[in-house]
Design a protein around this ligand. Structure first.
Ligand code: PLP
Length: 401
C-alpha cells in the first residue's frame, strides 16, 4: 500500500547525516543519457569490465544444481573460510584462523559493520581523504566524529605515518587504512606502514580496519604489504577483502573479513541479525575462485597495466592536466588545477552532460579531493582513447569560450 498523500516520515537524525557513493548516481545519470540515445563512455564506476571467469560461474551453477539452496552458517561455509585462509597462506605465507573469517555480502558490508560497531557520539574515527566515500558516510551515521587523514599527491598518495599518528586522540576508536587506494591508485610503502604500526603501540585503544580489496592490483613489480603481517596488532585488526575486483564479481555481492577475537562475536551476531548468510551458490563460486587457476587474475592485471599507461599518457597530453602514474587499483586521479576549472565536481558533471564522458569529481571522495577527478580505466583501450579525445576537445572549447 502506498502511504497517504502528504505522509512525512518522522525525521531520524542518523539518516539526515548518512551520505552515499556518487559513483552510483553518475552510473544512473550515464544510463539515463544513454537511454536517450547519447553515446556515453563510462569511466565513472569502479568495476572490472571483464566477465567473471567461466570456471567460477560454473561452480555456482553446479552448486545450484546440487541443491545448495538453503541457509548456510552466518559466518560462511567452512570450506570457503578455509579456502580464504589457504589463499592468504599461498600469497603471503601467513597463517590466519579460518574460524575468525566472516563471509559477507560485499566488501562494503565489512566497513559498514566495523564502523557501526565502533562508532558512537564522542568517538573519533580516522579515515583517508580522499578515500572511499562510504567510510565518512557511515562514520557520520553513527554520530562519531569523522577525522580525515589527508592523502597528498606530493606524498605519492600514500598515508603519512607521522600525520596519521598526530591525529590520534584518547577518543580515537578506529583507524581506517586503504592501500592500494581508491580513488588515487596510491600505495603506502612498507617502510611507512612499519612506522605507523610502531607508532600505534602507544595507542592500544585504536582498532585498525585495513581495506585491502585491491591487494592484487599492484603494478611495476610492487609487492602488497598486508597489515596481517604485523602480529603486534592482530588482536585489534579487522581485515577487509573480497572477490568483487580480483575476480570481476562486483554484482555477486561477495566479500570476506577477518575479525579479532574481541570483535568476532559482535560481527557474527550482526550477520545473524542483518543478512543471515551470503547466498549459498555464490559461496561455492568463491571457493572455485580461490582454489582454481589464477591466470584470469594475471591476464586482467596485464590488461589494466596497458590501459594505465594509455590513460596516464593521454591525460598528461591535455593542457592544464597532470596525472601521476598510479601504482595500484584501476583508477587515475589527475590534477586538474591548471585547466581553469575551480570545481572538480562541476567539471565532471559538465564532461558527462556535454562530452558524454563519465568521471567522478574528486570532492566526492572528500574535501582533499578538490582539484582532481577520478577516472576508472576499467573500460576498453578503444573507449579510453575516445574518452580522452573528447575530454581534450571539451577542455579546448571551454577555454576558448
Ligand atoms: N573498498 C574500496 C576501497 C572500494 O573501492 C570498494 C568498491 O569500490 C569496496 C571496498 C567495496 O567493494 P564491494 O563491491 O565488494 O562491496
Amino acid at each position: 500500500m502506498t502511504p497517504a498523500a502528504g505522509f512525512r516520515p518522522h525525521p531520524i537524525a542518523a539518516f539526515e547525516r548518512i551520505g552515499e557513493e556518487n559513483a552510483f548516481a553518475v552510473l544512473a545519470r550515464a544510463g539515463a543519457l544513454a537511454a536517450q540515445g547519447r553515446d556515453i563512455i563510462n569511466l565513472g564506476i569502479g568495476q572490472p569490465d571483464f566477465s567473471t571467469p567461466e570456471h567460477i560461474v560454473e561452480a555456482a551453477v553446479k552448486a545450484l544444481r546440487d541443491g545448495q539452496h538453503g541457509y548456510t552458517p552466518a559466518t560462511g561455509i567452512q570450506p570457503l573460510r578455509e579456502a580464504v585462509a589457504g589463499d592468504i597462506h599461498r600469497r603471503f605465507s601467513l597463517e590466519i584462523d579460518p574460524g575468525r573469517v566472516v563471509i559477507v555480502p560485499g566488501g562494503k558490508v565489512t566497513m559498514f559493520s566495523a564502523i557501526l560497531m565502533l562508532g558512537e557520539p564522542g568517538a573519533e574515527i580516522l579515515y583517508p581523504d580522499p578515500g572511499f566515500p562510504i567510510y565518512r558516510s557511515m562514520i557520520e551515521f553513527t554520530g562519531a566524529k569523522p577525522v580525515p587523514v589527508p592523502i597528498r599527491e606530493e606524498n605519492g598518495f600514500a598515508f603519512s605515518a607521522e600525520e596519521t599518528l598526530s591525529l590520534i586522540t584518547p577518543q580515537t576508536r578506529l583507524l581506517i587504512l586503504n592501500s592500494p587506494a581508491n580513488p588515487t591508485g596510491g600505495i603506502t610503502p612498507k617502510a611507512e606502514i612499519d612506522k605507523l604500526v610502531a607508532g600505534l603501540a602507544a595507542h592500544p585503544q585504536v582498532v585498525i580496519l585495513s581495506d585491502e580489496i585491491y591487494d592484487q592490483f599492484l603494478f611495476d613489480g610492487e609487492a602488497h604489504t598486508t597489515l596481517l603481517a604485523y602480529p603486534e596488532i592482530r588482536d585489534r585488526l579487522i581485515l577487509l577483502n573480497g572477490w568483487s575486483k580480483t575476480y570481476a564479481m562486483t554484482g555477486w555481492r561477495l566479500g570476506w573479513s577477518l575479525w579479532p577475537e574481541g570483535l568476532f562475536e559482535a560481527m557474527r551476531k550482526l550477520a545473524v541479525n542483518a543478512w543471515s548468510c551470503v547466498n549459498a551458490p555464490a559461496q561455492f563460486a568463491a571457493i572455485a575462485a580461490l582454489t582454481g587457476p589464477q591466470d584470469c587474475v594475471t591476464r586482467m592485471l596485464a590488461e589494466f597495466d596497458r590501459r594505465r599507461h594509455l590513460v596516464v599518457a593521454g591525460l598528461n597530453a591535455l593542457e592544464g592536466v597532470s596525472c601521476a602514474v598510479p601504482k595500484g587499483a584501476f583508477y587515475a586521479f589527475p590534477n586538474i588545477a591548471g585547466t581553469g576549472w575551480t570545481s572538480a565536481k562541476k567539471l565532471a558533471a559538465t564532461l558527462l552532460d556535454e562530452a558524454g564522458v563519465a568521471t567522478i569529481g574528486g570532492p566526492d571522495f572528500g574535501v582533499h579531493g578538490e582539484g582532481y577527478i577520478r577516472l576508472s580505466y576499467a573500460n576498453s583501450a578503444e573507449n579510453i582513447t575516445r574518452a580522452l579525445e573528447r575530454m581534450g576537445r571539451f577542455l579546448d572549447e571551454a577555454r576558448a569560450a
